[in-house]
Design a protein around this ligand. Structure first.
Ligand code: TYM
Length: 329
């Protein structure tokens, strides 16, 4: 049995990227593995969330995990800040993480470009906290979307470095799990880039059918193919990418043929895509809304999850302390 660890930041409601890049895979593998899934509320602090909203965000993501089908009786589902051992491992790993390599991380460079007014040390050491999350339970596998690939590479580098420095075979090489088809990147509906929580280009798991239809019908396209079998522009290719994820293969084939023979009507393509997204999202949304109002259930889940996660984390941190030379008087 392998150990699986993954998390999602609590910075807003979850969208199709989070679902198809991560959450759906959590559900696929939870029964055959020892799984730890958490809500990364410490990671959400890099953008300074309003304290009045912090708890509500965690609560929303928790209901979304459960509504999507994470089974807390099988997987350990917890809130990152309920397991303070992660902060100790983060501190210890930081001693062997170099500023130069952290500055070269793509996600850091991206943040510096976009938010030059808030380049805090938490952002710089974000990959170290992520490595601490993963190594805290000595994960073999980490289900994530394509955008997290570099962070996982860094986790492996920190693990190897720790093993080399202390002459141990302690931390495993945590690998992304891609189910054989490569890591997924769900694009946004605005013609470029990936679907994100704050990019204004997302379809959320709690969106109503009406909102989904509206958003999909507004998706950016182009003037249509002029010659048979022409290459798709990025916005149109993005719509097809989402369709490949949510729709049946013969639907994708039908519209691809229409595109290749220049007979495609983007309105029909979008209508079909919206209905296929609704078929996937609507049942999840209903469960999320039901679970969200069940305070007693939510607090039982996080209490039990925290206990199980703390037991695993405590074991790792005390072994790491021993390896590094801490001794009791
Ligand atoms: P976050 O919260 O941005 O995203 C959570 C998960 O959703 C995936 N994802 C996507 N996948 C495909 N297409 C997209 N458009 C898309 N957008 C998001 C992400 O790849 C991720 O798997 N740093 C992490 C959270 C984290 C973590 C960890 C993950 C903290 N510690 C330890 C794994 C292990 C993050 O910000 O994800």
């Amino acid at each position: 049995m392998e150990t699986v660890v993954s998390g999602i930041r609590s910075t807003g409601n979850l969208h199709l990227g989070n679902y198809f890049g991560a959450l759906r895979n959590f559900i696929r593998i939870q029964h055959e593995n020892r799984c730890f899934f958490f809500i990364a509320d410490y990671h959400s602090l890099t953008t300074h969330p309003d304290p009045k909203l912090l708890h509500e965000n965690v609560r929303n993501v928790l209901s979304e995990y459960l509504g999507a089908g994470v089974d807390p009786d099988t997987a350990t589902l917890y809130i990152q800040s309920d397991v303070p051992q992660v902060t100790e491992l983060y501190l210890l790993l930081n001693m062997h993480a170099y500023v130069g390599e952290l500055e070269r991380t793509s996600s850091f460079k991206d943040k510096v470009r976009k938010h030059a007014d808030n380049v805090n040390a938490g952002l710089l050491t974000y990959p170290v906290l992520m490595a601490a999350d993963i190594l805290l339970h000595k994960a073999d596998k980490v289900p994530v979307g394509k955008d997290q690939e570099q962070h996982l590479e860094m986790t492996r580098r920190f693990a190897r470095r720790f093993n080399n420095i202390y002459g141990v075979e302690y931390f495993p090489e945590s690998m992304p799990c891609d189910f054989g088809s490569g890591l997924i990147k769900v694009p946004g509906l605005d013609g470029n880039g990936k679907m994100g929580k704050s990019e204004g280009n997302g379809i959320f798991l709690i969106d109503s059918d009406k909102d989904i239809r509206k958003k999909v019908m507004r998706a950016v396209t182009d003037e249509g193919p002029k010659t048979p079998n022409s290459e798709m522009s990025e916005p149109v290719a993005n719509i097809f990418s989402i369709m490949k994820i949510v729709s049946a293969p013969d639907t994708v084939e039908y519209f691809t043929e229409k595109y290749n023979s220049c007979e495609i009507r983007y309105g029909d393509l979008k209508k079909q895509l919206a209905e296929d997204i609704i078929a996937c999202v609507a049942p999840i949304r209903e469960r999320i809304l039901e679970i969200r109002s069940n305070d007693a259930y939510l607090s039982k889940v996080v209490r039990e999850g925290a206990e199980k996660a703390r037991a695993s984390a405590e074991k790792t941190v005390s072994e790491v302390r021993e390896i590094m030379g801490f001794k009791k008087f």
